[in-house]
Design a protein around this ligand. Structure first.
Ligand SMILES: NC(=O)c1ccc[n+]([C@@H]2O[C@H](COP(=O)([O-])OP(=O)(O)OC[C@H]3O[C@@H](n4cnc5c(N)ncnc54)[C@H](O)[C@@H]3O)[C@@H](O)[C@H]2O)c1
Length: 259
């Protein structure tokens, strides 16, 4: 049985990576997917794949989740097209890493805006629709929001993802009276275009991190999406305010000597 039959799901960042995988999978589970991305053409291509597989998707104009007007018109187009919104999946994000002693403030605020403000803007714009449908919110945190890193200098990313996890818990509290559930999925190291461009790049010290992950591999977008489908479905109807860590056990162990 399809687990998201007839649900209208707003998913940001559907051009590539986890957002693209989420759009394809949510559609296969019966959801009507409204995607969006800065990379508009690639997001439309995701929509075409969904249509070829016989499901329904819509990708209004280019979306910038850091721009309030852009987010508001995206939400409006989704609600107008499908009559409401059941699921908001705030996936899109962009990061700039840097050490505390050298990262420019502008780079810190860029990351906060792209990873935290973006989630708040998206959820706020869709909130009244979620109230109307007793909908649900999915956010994407990170193990970076839970633990520090000895290898990767990332105060901005840690702060924004810790903020996403905290924001999600508060959304759970404020949403509960309306029947809205809000949950976060916190991935560890996932192999995507985004991570290949930085942490998994050939010259980065973290490229061999799989050796330190208890389950012995980096994650795939589908590992994250599996958790997201569950949390968005009725099977999770008594779960709200959770932060489901999808990291192969990476954040549960202390670093040991290299085998
Ligand atoms: N890859 C990982 O290891 C990892 C780990 C933990 C958390 N995450 C989080 O997962 C989410 C998805 O990451 P990914 O690895 O798939 O990244 P990705 O870079 O492969 O994909 C991100 C997508 O978001 C889009 N995007 C970025 N900024 C945008 C904006 N302002 N407006 C609209 N679209 C925008 C990009 O164009 C891209 O299509 C992010 O929130 C990221 O922080 C990733």
């Amino acid at each position: 049985m399809k687990r998201l039959e007839g649900k209208v799901a707003l998913i940001s960042g559907t051009a590539r990576g986890q957002g693209r995988a989420a759009a394809l999978r949510f559609a296969a589970e019966g959801a009507l997917v409204v995607g969006g991305d800065l990379l508009h053409e690639e997001a439309v291509e995701t929509q075409r794949v969904i249509a070829r597989e016989g499901s329904t998707a819509l990708t209004p104009g280019p979306l910038d989740v850091t721009d309030e007007d852009s987010v508001r018109s995206w939400v409006k187009e989704a609600a107008d097209a499908f009559g409401g919104i059941d699921i908001v999946y705030a996936n899109a994000g962009a990061v700039r890493f840097g050490a505390i002693d050298s990262q420019p403030y502008e780079s810190f605020t860029y990351t906060l805006r792209a990873e935290l403000d973006s989630v708040w803007l998206t959820v706020q714009a869709a909130w009244r629709h979620l109230v109307a449908r007793r909908g649900c919110v999915l956010t994407i945190g990170s193990t970076a929001g839970l633990t520090g890193s000895l290898t990767n200098r990332r105060t901005a990313h840690s702060a924004s993802k810790g903020g996403v996890i905290a924001l999600t818990r508060q959304l759970a509290a404020e949403g509960a009276p309306y029947g809205i559930r809000a949950n976060c999925v916190s991935p560890g190291m996932i192999d995507t275009d985004g991570s290949r461009a930085n942490l998994l790049a050939e010259d980065h010290p973290m490229r061999s991190i799989a050796r330190h992950i208890p389950l012995g591999r980096t994650g795939t977008p589908d590992d994250v999406v599996n958790a997201a489908v569950f949390l968005a479905s009725d099977q999770a109807s008594y779960i709200t305010g959770a932060n489901l860590v999808v990291d192969g056990g990476w954040s549960t162990v202390l670093p040991g000597a290299c085998p």
